[in-house]
Design a protein around this ligand. Structure first.
Ligand SMILES: [Zn+2]
Ligand SMILES: [Zn+2]
Length: 285
């Protein structure tokens, strides 16, 4: 059985490795198909396609869009998207704009706490247009204000911590709609983030499905066997596609490897065809 990984981040958003570097790790791990799913950006895809062709790794064009409903931040993965679609590219640029408004506010909060950090330093370190909190966490590590990314989040950046600034986010229905308009299949990422289980999750997924959701990320680095089975069961009951991936970020999530997650992740290749067929089935918008 061959292994795939449909959830990977690169330097184009908050990952610490380039698409080429991520693909080389994937190749070593025996991954035969993958999706680069950077946050709100598709600019890493051309490099992935070029290197994938060299290494014999199939590339599924992907993206991960953050959305919010109530108190839960839901991430919506888009697969088999027409990544050069101009409307999609514009939507994603607008989402990144809202991050740009938030990041300087976070820096201001950190400065008011007495930490000597500037937004310019974050921009230099990030080297991408898609700056996120993990970049700020890395700056805090570099300047020895935190010992790890987790420490930076726990002390300053996470919700409820002193430098937390809420971000405007689209509702899931919008994110799902944008992905579908670009010919893609929308999938709920890391469903544990929804902070609901049992009947609550069932009804959330039913709502999202009515809004166009096509699948759920059943296989994920931090899922327990029990969670994987529960999500598999839910996917079956609601007739949603099953996907999976590591959510590799490199240095900001050092315990997670490409393809194998924390060691026991194995996303089977047979999940790929149904995903591709669903994208074709959606047809032109
Ligand atoms: Zn996510
Ligand atoms: Zn992710």
């Amino acid at each position: 059985m061959s292994r795939i990984d449909l959830h990977l981040h690169t330097t184009h958003s908050d990952g610490s490795l380039s698409p080429a570097e991520v693909l080389r790790l994937a190749h070593k791990a025996g991954v035969t198909a993958l999706s680069i799913t950077d946050h709100d950006i598709v600019s890493g895809i051309p490099e992935a396609l070029a290197v994938g062709a060299d290494l014999g790794i199939e590339i599924i064009p992907g993206v991960e869009i953050s959305s919010r409903v109530g108190n839960s931040e839901l991430h919506i993965l888009g697969y088999c998207i027409r990544w050069q679609d101009s409307e999609l590219i514009q939507r994603l640029a607008a989402l990144r704009e809202s991050r740009h408004r938030r990041n300087p506010q976070i820096i201001e909060q950190l400065r008011s706490l007495g930490l000597d950090v500037t937004y310019e330093e974050v921009r230099t370190l990030a080297g991408t247009d898609a700056i996120g909190r993990p970049h700020i966490a890395r700056l805090l590590m570099d300047k020895r204000f935190a010992t790890s990314a987790k420490d930076a989040f726990d002390r300053y950046l996470a919700e409820g911590r002193p430098a937390y600034v809420a971000r405007e986010l689209p509702v899931p229905a919008d994110a799902i709609g944008w992905i579908r308009a670009a010919g893609g299949v929308a999938v709920l990422a890391h469903p544990t983030w929804a902070n609901v289980s049992g009947e609550g999750l069932n009804s959330l997924l039913s709502t999202l499905k009515a809004e166009g959701l096509g699948g759920i990320e059943v296989h994920y680095s931090t899922h327990t066997k029990r969670q994987t089975m529960d999500y598999l069961d839910l996917a079956k009951r609601l007739d949603l596609l099953v996907t999976g991936g590591s959510d590799f970020h490199g240095i900001t999530k050092p315990d997670i490897e490409v393809g194998t997650g924390r060691g026991d992740l194995k996303v089977p290749r047979r999940l790929l065809d149904p995903l591709k067929e669903a994208a074709i089935g959606l047809g032109p918008p």
